[in-house]
Design a protein. Sequence first.
Length: 327
Amino acid sequence: MKKTLLVTAILASLVPTAQATVNVYTDDAHQVDLYGRAYGAYIYQDSEKSNGRSGSYFRTGFKASSNVADDLTGLARIEMQFESKNNNGDANSASKTRLMYAGLKNDWGQLTFGRNYAADEIIADWADAGTTDYSGNPALGNLGRQTNLLKLEMKVLDDALNLVAHVQPETSDDASNIGGNDSQSSYSVGGVYGFDFGLELGATYTGVMTEDYGANSDSDSSTILVAARYKMKGLTASIVGDSTDNDTGDNDWTAYELSLAYSLDKLTGTFTYKQRDTDNISDNSVDETAFGLAYKFNSNFRVVTEYVIDGVDGKEDQWHMAARYDF
């Protein structure tokens, strides 16, 4: 019976509906939901090898919950991504685990452990408002998704204040991911306060400790993020500022990312600007301006485009075009 429900849910997800997720299984104590995204993208950018490349991927995940006691729920989530971004050969396709965690939740919040978004994402995500998947937060020193996070999230003051914190014990990492270091540990605390007239204010503090066992050296860094976001009808305006200090003393930076988005019926226009000023670099190490448009046919399907102007010497502008289907 469960296999039949799973197959039915997957087939149903291929038909446009108004649902954000597809329910796979539900009973009095358990629930499993399936969600995903198909993203077919073409990126145009001047290059010595080619002027165009793929940015396509398929993303899918499961969210599960189960009652384990009175007012206490167990939860789990896994999210995978399958990419075809390099060239025409099947052998160049890649897959990765974006999220994989489990934990407990009740009315006050939730506690989870696994691969998850770091605590500073609570406000860093405000600036990632473009219509396509080009950007993320290139100027900020936020951690994004990390492995082995013990993360606490809770709401207080009648849900007006969101608090979040994480601790990451020493975790080995691919050297290419953290600049040649063999391991990383981190901690972060932060919060967001929302006013009843559309304004939100947030701040986070993050410390990161890295060790390069090959060079027998270690280094520490700290990042303070402050942010504001305002929503009014179809308009959303956000700014996130970053001050990062490294104990080496020659690679500190200040940065900010600004985003504006306006939606009118099915059409959304966006503007983002991202800048980082690094102490030991004379020009900005990040200097990106982007203009985007998205047309949403329904809650599932949209077409998007974005033009990115890169002001850093030696880097070329980009034009992204994509069709996106969510379920």
